[in-house]
Design a protein around this ligand. Structure first.
Ligand code: GLP
Length: 236
């Protein structure tokens, strides 16, 4: 694992965007694994700037997101589809039909998960997977558990995740209790992993995840098994 520490969120975000832009320029038809949460927002701002000012194009790439709240349509302001539209898709030249986010309103969520995995396998995994890390060490929405789940699946969100994510909703009661998330196989299939995180609490989780045992109790620890992980961390 390669670890880079930055003073500011802006510097970290510029480094993350730079790594993504490098792949996009070398292979315009690349497959990007994308994430939500506050950590990648600066990365998307910088990518949008590079599109505007430097002609960075997303026209030929495909994106696959990690997760979505169960029950939220893409028009809901807190859905992850909406998040991606707002922070990246609407600001660049990406083709919407090449953007994949699990459908939180699928009539049969299990079938939606299976179809999501089938697509990911067809694509051969992503070239780069952008990740954040939850306060409990989750990646995507893979919460601490007794086992690692390889497939895309429906999860019960941990109480600490519901509490942490309630800052985006009117009240904690409005936070969906379940989500669809890419499983560990989908994440590990990526050729390269780029994890972005900020602040002392996340730093502690990262240290535990990469220096302690590989355990489903700390989901991010599975990244120890991947051969190309870069962690970008900022102090603020
Ligand atoms: C959510 C997302 C995760 C993300 C995590 C951390 O729960 N499902 O993919 O990594 O939040 O978010 P933040 O970066 O806002 O701390």
């Amino acid at each position: 694992m390669e670890f880079h520490s930055f003073k500011t969120f802006e510097e970290m975000s510029a480094a993350a965007a730079g790594a993504i832009a490098k792949i996009l320029r070398a292979r315009p038809e690349c497959i990007l694994g994308l994430a939500t949460g506050s950590s990648p927002v600066g990365t998307y701002d910088e990518l949008a700037r590079m599109h505007r000012e430097e002609g960075l194009s997303f026209a030929r790439c495909t994106t696959v997101n990690l997760d979505e709240y169960l029950g939220l349509p893409g028009t809901h302001p807190e859905s992850y589809r909406f998040f991606m539209e707002k922070h990246l898709f609407s600001r660049v030249d990406i083709r919407r039909e090449r953007t994949f986010v699990p459908d939180g309103t699928a009539a049969d969520p299990a079938a939606e998960c299976a179809a999501y995995d089938a697509r990911l396998e067809r694509l051969g995994g992503t070239d780069l997977q952008l990740l954040g890390i939850g306060p409990d060490g989750h990646i995507g929405f893979n919460e601490p558990d007794d086992v690692f789940t390889p497939q895309t699946h429906v999860v019960d969100l941990a109480p600490s995740t519901i509490e942490a994510n309630s800052r985006f909703f009117e009240s904690e009661a409005d936070v969906p209790r379940k989500a669809l998330t890419m499983g560990m196989r989908g994440i590990l299939l990526s050729r390269r992993i780029l994890l972005v995180a900020s602040g002392p609490a996340k730093r502690k989780r990262i240290d535990e995840a990469f220096s302690g045992p590989v355990t489903p109790r700390l989901p991010a620890s599975i990244l120890q098994l991947h051969r190309d992980v870069t962690v970008l961390w900022s102090e603020d």
